[in-house]
Ligand binder design. Sequence first.
Ligand SMILES: *Cc1c(COP(=O)(O)O)cnc(C)c1O
Ligand SMILES: [Zn+2]
Length: 398
Amino acid sequence: MFSYIDHLECTQCGNTYPHDQISKISDCCGKVLFARYDLPRLRREGNRDVFASRDSNMWRFSELMPVTEHDHVVTLGEGGTPLLAATNLQKKLGLKSLYIKEEGLNPTGTFKARGISAAVSKAAELGITGFTMPSAGNAAGAAAAYCARAARPVKVFMPQDAPPANKKESVMAGSELNLVDGLISDAGRIAVAVAEEQDLFDLSTLKEPYRAEGKKTMGLEIAMQLGWKMPDAIIYPTGGGTGIIGMYKGFQELLELGWIEGTPPKFIAVQPTGCQPIVKAFNDGADTAEPWANATTVADGLRVPGPFADYLILKAIRETGGTALAIEDQDMVDAMYEIATEEGIIACPEGAATLVGLKKLLEQGFLGADETIVLLNTGSGYKYLDLIRTVMPSSMQT
Ligand SMILES: *Cc1c(COP(=O)(O)O)cnc(C)c1O
Ligand SMILES: [Zn+2]
């Protein structure tokens, strides 16, 4: 069997839409659409054990993925990343069970590969022939790669000061690179306008239903890798929030299928002090976030001043008893060095932010020593060699 996709659903009011037509956001409310699956039927016909017998990539979860035909999958082998026991950090911090989900091993070096693989596959299945992609950097690199693989053109839009690796990988993979004088929000406005004008499909975060389905597989994998158990907490560097939203959705689907038991992990959003709209909204008790003015941080993936799915991020945090906290750029950069020296993982700054968050939450007593905690390293530090140079002690700089 392949996909059990059944319909799309407005995350605001529950209105349903067909899944076999091109959709972006909901017509009713202008909000995020979720893919919904026939879970009762899958529960009768399927079981979780088949996943382990398949190739180790995110398409092993094809029943819970939106693409209906195997041949339509546009893949570079994304997903199937290790959940590494961080034993050295665990000992140092006095914890019993600390893991790092190492998303740096994905194609194009970040977890963006999962979302883009899902979205490009499904859009191509529905007949889309060309794309636009606004991005802080990594999503553009992934879009360029997957569109090359799908033999479809893509125009990418990223801030002028995006990491050099992102510009180079986008050009290498044959996308049309447009540098924007501004932030991802500005890139987004331009990308949408170009898409409308030229009849292209825009892949903006959560403004189409399927990138979240790709990111959902991180949650499915974490449950599977823990022996079909959920951790107590997942610490996530939050920009547009696709990962939190997707993983929460994935755990809920597994629970509804009866393939796991218990309660979903506390979702913990970490943001840099220079761009923390979700942290502020969480602390204010608000259901939506105000756009963050003058967003600055070395972690480009977290420089998202006005996440479109703010209400879904906040919902996932609150419903799971999680929290949101801000951290300093310098601490994040120091944590890159610490993760590398302790665990041999060259993490991206965004991923390193989760370690800073963890330490603060242990200090505050929000997290306890016997909890099973997963840090999400969203990408490889190899894409940030310029930044890494400044991280290393000056005597060792080469
Ligand atoms: C995009 C990105 C993020 C933020 O991810 P969201 O799911 O949009 O919150 C974090 N880290 C890296 C490396 C990224 O590229
Ligand atoms: Zn609606």
